[in-house]
Design a binder for this molecule. Structure first.
Ligand code: FES
Ligand code: FES
Length: 168
């Protein structure tokens, strides 16, 4: 079947099966490897992308169901206002450890800010609970989201490096 999807502002015509997951399309056909494969069953969040600004698990989304909704991936999230704020905060707080989950974390966090500009701790927990980080960067993720929302480094309550469990 032929499908046309719009990714990061560009249209792509695909000749593929209806049930191919969007994640496969992004990584294997379009060569956009920023979005990661983790579990493949919608349980970890590593594959999170946006459809019209809302987060979806691309590992379980058939390409045939994308339709005319705008797909945004980690490669272009920095071109959006909230995506830029989120990425800047991630760097300022130094969130990343191994990095594997972080594309999905940033996409989930940006989607949260899109719908809730000043999230509470409860909002953050609810929005981020489905994004697993095996390096347990959760405290820094929460701090970075607060910084992105407020623009205030102090509000982020950045965890001192010495408290990060041995990371040099
Ligand atoms: S790879 Fe999609 S949720 Fe884990
Ligand atoms: S930073 Fe390593 S899995 Fe999240």
């Amino acid at each position: 079947m032929s499908y046309t999807i719009r990714v990061n502002g560009h249209s792509h015509v695909l000749d593929t099966s209806a049930d191919m997951p969007l994640l496969w399309v992004l990584r294997d056909i379009l060569g956009m490897t920023g979005t990661k494969f983790g579990c493949g069953i919608a349980q970890c969040g590593a594959c999170t992308v946006h459809l019209d600004g809302a987060p979806v698990r691309s590992c379980v989304l058939p390409v045939s169901e994308v339709g005319d909704r705008r797909v945004t991936t980690i490669e272009a999230i920095g071109d959006t206002e909230n995506g830029k704020r989120t990425q800047d905060a991630w760097l300022a707080v130094d969130v990343v450890q191994c990095g594997y989950c972080q594309s999905g974390q940033i996409m989930a966090a940006t989607a949260l800010l899109n719908r809730t500009p000043a999230p509470t701790d409860r909002d953050i927990d609810a929005a981020m609970s489905g994004n697993i980080c095996r390096c347990a960067t959760y405290v820094r993720i929460r701090a970075a989201i607060k910084q992105a929302a407020t623009g205030n480094v102090e509000a982020a309550q950045v965890v001192p490096l010495v408290a990060r469990g041995g990371r040099p």
